[in-house]
Design a protein around this ligand. Sequence first.
Ligand code: NAP
Length: 464
Amino acid sequence: MEQKLGTESRPLRVAIIGAGPAGFYATEALFKTSGLVVQVDMFNRFPTPYGLVREGVAPDHQSIKAVTRIYDKTAENPNFRYFGNVTLGKDVTHADLKKYYDQIIYAVGAQSDRKMGIPGEDLENSYPATVFVGWYNAHPDYCDLEFDLSCERVAVVGNGNVAMDVARILVTEPDELAKTDIADYTIEKLRQSKVKEVILLGRRGPVQAAFTHPELKEFGELPNVTVVIDPAALELDEHSAAALPSDKSATKNVETMRQYATNPHVKGDRKVEFRYLVSPVEVIGKDGKVAAVKIEKNRLEKGADGSIKAVGTGEYETLEVGMIFRSVGYKGAPLADVPFDSKSGIIPNVAGRVTESAGGAVVAGEYVVGWAKRGPSGIIGTNKPDSAATVVSAVQDVSELDGIADENRNPVLIENLLQERGIKYVTYADWHVINKAEIARGEQKGSPRVKFYRVPDMLEVINK
Ligand code: NAP
């Protein structure tokens, strides 16, 4: 008689794709499921784990990165293996995973960015903020980009925490950033930067700003930066005034903005300005490069669904800027042979169970967590309950699952396959060696680490 799946004699074999917070929280939830015996193999495109904790969280927010200790603890479980430097769709296929794993959990995040859909958006010196974030965080895909920081004025479109990070990195003293794990090449560029003024463009009002209060407060604490908000922008329309009392975060934001607006002590030679009720309608170029952004003034309207929307007034203004960062949200990208809903930019799912299409049939044995599941929203901690909820679905399904063929259950088979294909995969022990090397490089410079940003350099450290 066939043994039960998820037991000592027939452990559940799960592949997790992506080593960011959502992937680690899914792993943790699987290991904590009582009565379940599970072997987790985590695959990651880069040798280095932690996803956006390494490649997204701003370098001057080091304390947030301490969360990786929890992931390292999860990785200590003897039933966990890490296969870094392995790309799904290139080094391993969906068919390979279906052959060797009873279940697959996609934790791939949102690898692309949303567009504004306006003329001039692709001019030179107009970038998605996500690319700049990758660049200053030593992301291997973006380390070779050259940002022209020779202009004095930059526009950042959007009012999320990414927009705040980008604006802050542009105006913070490079000497301060040099104490962080920011990419070493970025520091050199920032030392030569001529940027003096960053204008954040919010299409709705201050009450609808998506950023969190600590990020807003940080600007006031930067020694050489004056924060500018026109007091008139804080005269709230009826919809915003009605929404404010029940929104704690917006209440704190508006209080702090009022302090900035009424008490603007001028500090240093750098400036961050918050503009509200304005939407870019065109990026204007000169000699192929960004020279200005045309903005339309908005008013707010309440939609039938209760949401507050920005509506153009037909009144325009042109701001001269030499660079523009579009920080209007991340977007998911499709994986080979995995369902993808291009409209919402996620892997379609019901309670984390992958479906063939939005509202379509469930695909047996495949699950999704994190931004790939719900879209690019929430902070790192949001992923813990989100991943745990998907794992509940996955565990509920185990009794219904046939599972892979017994001859494919041996964990060594996937290692053999990768070796046959000449894939230089990186184990978690290897990562610890790379980690130590980065920390040692940092000690020489008085920073927490100096990151490697090229995959061959990472592999050289572990002699691969
Ligand atoms: P976000 O929070 O969704 O913010 C996107 C911003 O873009 C919003 O202000 C949005 O305005 C605006 N926007 C969207 N489309 C636009 C358009 N066509 N024109 C003008 N503005 C437009 O996204 P994010 O900043 O990329 O952050 C993603 C997630 O990561 C968020 O949950 C964020 O909190 C999190 N994160 C957290 C931290 C941290 O904790 N320190 C740091 C970075 C990121 P509307 O509101 O009007 O749509």
